[in-house]
Design a protein around this ligand. Structure first.
Ligand SMILES: Nc1ncnc2c1ncn2[C@@H]1O[C@H](COP(=O)(O)OP(=O)(O)OP(=O)(O)O)[C@@H](O)[C@H]1O
Ligand SMILES: [Mg+2]
Length: 247
């Protein structure tokens, strides 16, 4: 690959405060088409607020989020509904509906947003369950699933509309090594299919395995954005505080 990468998303000078608490002081970065960008940052630095701003669950005070010629930072809610068919947000805990089976949880976005027939919906649900290694779990309730399965079912539901961009908020947090591995393999499969993603995490080894680039949120701004290769060998003290936290 050569030349300037195509931009899937462009965040430009985002500012956000909650009351007196300033969270973003000029956050800017590009997400390139086809890449997974890992987003690092200490707890409470505003990583989730970045993801939530992209899908319109928070509104930046100022700044722009450019996506396919639209500025998501000032888009009315009714237009955000259309954007959410193109950008998926994978909640940390899966956020399944407790009273619905896995089948109905996954079918929900399809019933809400598409005109697919019942048979087509069932086929799509099965296809997504296979992707997340949960074939045959259709009739289980969320309470009957392990934490790892809940997360993978949440991933399947979040992306069932075939969104081109996926925002992952700490997808491996709280998972044991086996479930972490499964989820990473699921994300790798998605990557081969051409998705673009932002992967917010404190799990540095997983980020290095899955990401193409890393951005570090520090003091309200993106202090560093570079390839995984350069981040791995960086001597910058801020970078090393993430990559070598025990030093
Ligand atoms: N809706 C809200 N109202 C008030 N304060 C909020 C709101 N959402 C986030 N905050 C505050 O903004 C700051 C950034 O929150 P955010 O959830 O983005 O952090 P984070 O980087 O995702 O942290 P973690 O790694 O712990 O998930 C925190 O101090 C949080 O308390
Ligand atoms: Mg968070």
């Amino acid at each position: 690959m050569s030349g300037t990468p195509e931009k899937a998303l462009q965040l430009i000078d985002l500012h956000k405060s909650f009351g007196p608490k300033v969270v973003h002081r000029g956050v800017s970065f590009d997400l390139h088409k086809g890449e997974v960008l890992a987003l690092f940052g200490g707890s409470g630095t505003g990583k989730s607020v970045i993801l939530r701003s992209i899908i319109g669950l928070e509104k930046p005070d100022t700044g722009k989020i450019l996506f396919q010629g639209r500025n998501l930072a000032s888009l009315p809610e009714r237009e955000m509904i259309d954007v959410r068919k193109k950008i998926a947000y994978v909640f940390q805990n899966g956020a399944l509906f407790d009273s619905l089976t896995v089948e109905d949880n996954l079918a929900y976005p399809l019933r809400e947003h598409t005109r697919l027939s019942a048979a087509e919906i069932h086929r799509k649900v099965d296809e997504m369950l296979a992707l997340v290694d949960m074939k045959g779990s259709n009739r289980l309730l969320p309470a009957e699933l392990s934490g790892g399965m809940q997360k993978r079912a949440g991933l399947a539901r979040a992306i069932i509309l075939g969104q081109e961009i996926i925002l992952f908020d700490e997808p491996t947090a709280g998972l044991d090594p086996t479930n972490t591995r499964r989820l990473l393999e699921n994300i790798k499969t998605l990557k081969k299919k051409g998705i673009t993603g932002i992967f917010v995490t404190h799990d540095i080894p997983s980020a290095f395995e899955i990401a193409d680039r890393v951005a570090i949120l520090y003091n309200g701004r993106i202090a560093v954005a570079d390839t995984v290769e350069n981040i791995r060998k960086s001597q910058d003290p801020l970078v090393r505080s993430f990559t070598h936290p025990m030093d």
